[in-house]
Design a protein around this ligand. Structure first.
Ligand code: SF4
Ligand code: SF4
Length: 224
């Protein structure tokens, strides 16, 4: 079996992931040097991006308030999220391990690299997923996939294996929809200006999210 096919096969196994895409490293060349895959693995030729769904039955019931004495779906969602991320990280490790054993230097990237002083990470899973054709950026600032809408968690493997890339997704997923902007309780999401998608203030979102012990209305109400 070819290396690329084996990578897809590992991801497709019963305890694998729901989505996998491959981005050639050239698709990251417009990023600042310290955000490119080569900043972490200089010989990177390909980035394998893995995605696992989070269950809609939970995301649909997220709310922006946590009332005292009531069950909050935020609590169920957080626990579910942890399990999904754990599983995803394990599969990313298995892919990196296979590639390493084939003689290609490879590393999987842990799930949460966010620096909460700037609310950015040194490596963007979302950007990598778009470059791997898994989806597009919605007005909510979330990755929107054809299969699971915004209900997706991500992980990635950097490898010096030269794997054929997947085509980019060019769908206009949002169109005239502006539900996430209307339901955003903090004002962090605004209508696109001069074609800028998303028009999103991550500091406003984060302050609201922290003060209310969660939100996710943009995730809950997205019709995709
Ligand atoms: S999580 Fe809440 S506050 Fe943040 S962008 Fe989404 S809807 Fe707005
Ligand atoms: S709620 Fe509508 S506008 Fe917002 S990301 Fe989803 S599809 Fe796009």
């Amino acid at each position: 079996m070819e290396v690329r096919d084996k990578v897809i096969d590992i991801c497709a196994q019963a305890n694998g992931v729901d989505l996998v895409g491959i981005a050639p490293v050239e698709r990251f060349s417009d990023l600042p040097e310290n955000s490119r895959p080569t900043a972490y693995l200089p010989s990177t030729k390909s980035v394998v991006v893995l995605g696992s769904q989070v269950f809609e039955v939970l995301t649909k019931r997220l709310t922006a308030q946590k009332k005292v004495g009531e069950v909050s779906f935020r609590d169920f969602y957080d626990a579910h999220n942890e399990t999904v991320v754990h599983d995803l990280t394990q599969t990313a490790y298995r892919v990196a391990r296979y590639l390493t054993n084939q003689g290609f230097a490879s590393m999987n990237i842990g799930q949460d690299l966010t620096d909460y002083r700037t609310i950015t990470g040194p490596f963007s899973f979302k950007f990598a997923a778009i470059q791997a054709g898994l989806g597009v950026l919605g007005k909510s600032g979330l990755l929107i996939t054809p299969e699971y809408g915004p209900r997706i968690k991500l992980s990635a493997v950097l490898t010096e294996a030269d794997l054929a890339g997947d085509p980019l997704n060019t769908d206009d997923v949002c169109g005239d929809c502006d539900i996430c902007i209307k339901v955003c309780p903090s004002g962090a999401l605004k209508p696109p200006e001069q074609g800028k998608i998303p028009n999103y203030d991550r500091f406003v979102c984060n302050s609201f999210y922290t003060a209310n012990e969660g939100c996710g209305m943009c995730l809950a109400k997205c019709p995709r």
